[in-house]
Design a protein around this ligand. Structure first.
Ligand code: SF4
Ligand code: SF4
Length: 146
């Protein structure tokens, strides 16, 4: 009979401890985000794939096609091309392709750009079974954004 009361007391005590934890946690701040209903805000230092930066006034890419980012990339991810329109003082980018399947997010390209023309995006939710979906046309992406 004493075993019965010991089990009863033990079970009741466990129940009370569990309820105490549940009630306590009802009043602590919620840290779980209901993704995808709520889109998380990435931290300032988050590194998504690189993207072109547009001029504040015109929206056109700031890139002057110097090629430094392409040279700096240790993984050969970047292929870009440009042209100098007639009468223009500097080149404009006509194509900027990023092979994100090879990118290690090392940041060499961003650091090598003296024109502030590329930065890390905040894109975090990239998923696909087709690796071609990770070949990004960054010029087109910038145009779609503006
Ligand atoms: S380093 Fe900057 S300006 Fe030069 S090609 Fe790359 S993105 Fe353009
Ligand atoms: S972050 Fe590094 S690996 Fe990725 S494109 Fe830039 S230089 Fe290449």
């Amino acid at each position: 009979m004493s075993g019965y009361y010991r089990d009863l007391f033990g079970g009741s005590w466990s129940l009370l401890v569990g309820l105490g934890i549940t009630i306590k946690n009802m009043f602590v701040p919620i840290v779980t985000e209901q993704y995808p209903h709520f889109v998380p805000v990435m931290t300032p230092r988050f590194r998504g794939h690189i993207e072109l930066v547009g001029d504040e006034e015109t929206g056109e890419p700031k890139c002057v096609v110097c090629g430094m980012c392409q040279k700096a990339c240790p993984s050969g991810c970047i292929k870009l091309a440009g042209e100098k329109p007639e009468g223009a003082k500097k080149k404009v980018v006509t194509s900027y392709i990023l092979d994100f399947t090879r990118c290690s997010l090392c940041g060499q390209c961003v650091e090598s750009c003296n024109f502030g023309a590329i930065t890390f995006s905040k894109d975090y939710n990239l998923a696909s079974t087709d690796k071609n979906d990770f070949i990004f046309d960054l010029k087109k992406r910038l145009e779609e954004k503006s």
